[in-house]
Write a protein that binds this ligand. Sequence first.
Ligand SMILES: [Zn+2]
Length: 246
Amino acid sequence: MNLLSGINGYYHGFGRGYGWGFDPTYLLAILGLVLTLIASARVKSTFHTYAKVRSASGLTGAMAAERVLHSCGIYNVGIERISGELTDHYDPRSKTLRLSESTYGSNSVAAICVAAHECGHAVQDQVQYGPLVLRSTLVPLANFGSTLSWPIFLAGLIFSMRPLPMGGIILFCLAVLFQLITLPVEFNASSRALKILEQNHILSDHELTGGRKVLRAAALTYVAALASSLLQLLRLIILARGRDRD
Ligand SMILES: [Zn+2]
């Protein structure tokens, strides 16, 4: 998206309407960036708050993950430690749960909840949860769309080839669709995690209240990412329409 600010000179419509060098739709991109930064700061601060709260069970993230997986009858998923913070994820191809340094060996409420959330994805994989299957199918299309949408869109504007901006917008929609289908996958993994932690008495009711806040803050980062992409989509549509009027 930053490419656009560098080629403002090409936009006759903006040049005439708003003065050279200022693209007003850039504000939409900035708003999207602010939303994602706020969500990211919020998840980090909530995680750090509950990373200081030791769970009564004394279980580490890795131990809790093993217990959660076994309680769901899953014995074929490996648990690995990886570097970084909040880099935790489940890899369905290798059936591996990768827990970050701040989760793997920590016995905090935050670590247990994040580990259980990743187990939620392993459970989704095992039961072939519909939105997860659809999301996995969309990965190549979404990658293709997010890589090529802006170059194709910009080439269309620069060389005045009318079908190309629309092609760029359609490609961008593929990436937005992927982010949209990510929401039920993430919310469902968290709700599965909290239910299993409660049913297996891994966390107390009081601890679960904190865990819920951590997972809700994490889910909001996906909502912010989607909102940011929708703002970018709006920006593309405004730019294409502005060009059509020239
Ligand atoms: Zn997740």
